[in-house]
Design a protein around this ligand. Structure first.
Ligand SMILES: Cc1cc2nc3c(=O)[nH]c(=O)nc-3n(C[C@H](O)[C@H](O)[C@H](O)COP(=O)(O)O)c2cc1C
Length: 404
């Protein structure tokens, strides 16, 4: 995700400082080169030695440390592709909002011309204080990105007290990923995506489902948000955390997924159906657990709504993209789906291909277009696959708008 990217992480004196170790590790796992700097207050919460050990590079702490070459904060300001300040404290936010440069972190932020993202964490009272709100507004005005803190449990142990909590590492990674995305080709475009599996209940303890984790759909939602789209993600049960800047709707059954997708249909935008929707559901739901019966047991099933087939009726200026997961007669089956559902293209993945399909972080896909054109891609990270899909969808949307 961040292969070759140089990221400078500035740690401030907040209780969430310990969580930044995990963030640094995760950024490194995703290919980033990390350097760190700490405010004097941050060193009261966590040792610079920890970050020096994690990054195999000195952690900068002293603005006035003697330096043989370039002055340290000037060198640090030039080095990265982007800077992350986290947990951004009320104090550091206030200082940066007013151009103070009194420690290694604030001096580097003031000196840099690189993109800077603040990820605050603090007590709700501090966050909601008009002074902080005003300072955050100033940071926005200066062109910095400030991530909204989350609601939830904080050090003070007052759950649900309000906003101020540092987002989970996965969410921060998604914010960083989207921030460093180079082009906003989908700026303001409505995009609705379905992802994951559906669950069709048989009785209170059993259900029909499949192995889909939602990874592919979530990756598309993440990249689409990075490209500037207004993303709505309708997803089935999953352990994945939703990407940043995406409106999510958590559903269970195919019928719910259909209803939500219809309700949030992307007029003049892009619809991507990446969910593995159950074709059938039990004809009858049993309110009590079905008891063991004879050796053979038949469960009558009834067809679920086909989301793309149903939404074909709404299709006017939007682009519709489907997914086909086939194990045999792959191209013929995908071509039949493409024309029956009036899709602009269909993404074919074969779960038998090594590293492709459910649960993997990679996928190997083909895109089939009306008229028979096929784009065949090698095994790629799902985020790269998502980018290919969205670039093709954007091209088609632009063409469609141009021919109106
Ligand atoms: C136990 C403890 C926890 C703190 N947690 C936070 C916090 O989460 N967010 C915050 O803005 N300040 C917090 N503070 C206050 C900061 O440490 C203080 O404002 C400090 O001056 C911040 O300096 P810095 O921004 O230069 O790191 C905390 C202080 C203490 C003693």
């Amino acid at each position: 995700m961040f292969a070759g990217k140089k990221i400078l992480v500035g740690i401030c004196g907040g209780i969430a400082a310990y969580k930044i170790c995990e963030l640094v590790r995760e950024l490194q796992r995703q290919g980033a080169r990390i350097r760190t700097m700490l405010t004097p207050a941050a060193t009261r919460f966590i040792s610079p030695l920890t970050f020096a050990s994690l990054t195999s590079a000195p952690a900068a702490v002293d603005l006035f440390a003697p330096s043989a070459d370039d002055i340290e904060h000037i060198e640090l300001a030039k080095w990265p592709d982007m800077i992350i300040i986290t947990p951004a404290t009320a104090t550091t936010i206030a200082k940066c909002a007013h151009g103070l440069a009194d420690n290694i972190v604030t001096a580097t932020v003031l000196a840099t011309r690189k993109p800077v993202m603040f990820i605050p964490a603090m007590n709700t009272g501090m966050w909601e204080n008009p002074a902080t709100a005003n300072n955050v507004m100033r940071l926005h005005d200066f062109g910095y990105r400030v991530v909204e803190p989350e609601f939830g449990a904080m050090a003070t142990r007052i759950e649900g007290a309000g906003a101020g909590r540092l987002p989970e590492t996965e969410t921060i990674i998604s914010h960083v990923f989207q921030y460093q995305w180079p082009d906003k080709i989908l700026d303001g475009v409505p995009l609705t995506i379905t992802a994951g599996r559906t669950v069709e209940k048989i009785d209170p303890v059993r259900f029909i489902s499949n192995h889909s984790t939602g990874r592919m759909g979530f990756a598309i939602a993440n990249v689409a948000a990075a490209m500037g789209a207004r993303v709505k993600l309708v997803h089935g049960p999953t352990h994945l955390r939703p990407p940043a800047n995406v409106e999510t709707f958590s559903v269970e059954s195919a019928r719910d997924m259909f209803e939500f997708t219809r309700e949030h249909y992307p007029e003049n935008g892009i619809l991507i159906a990446a969910a593995a929707v159950a074709d059938y559901r039990p004809l009858h739901y049993s309110c009590s657990k079905i008891k063991k019966q004879k050796d053979e047991f038949a469960l009558p099933l009834i067809k679920n709504p086909d989301i793309l087939l149903e939404l074909k009726k709404l299709k006017n200026k939007s682009i519709h993209i489907g997914f086909a997961l086939e194990t045999n007669d792959v191209l013929a089956n995908a071509a039949a789906k493409l024309s029956k559902k009036n899709l602009d293209f269909i993404v074919i993945n074969n779960p038998v291909d090594e590293g492709a399909g459910f649960a993997f972080k990679t996928n190997k896909v083909k895109m089939l277009f009306p008229g028979g054109k096929i784009l065949d891609f090698p095994l790629k990270d799902k985020l790269e696959v998502a980018a290919e899909i969205l670039q093709n969808a954007t091209r088609l949307l632009i063409n469609k708008r141009a021919t109106e």
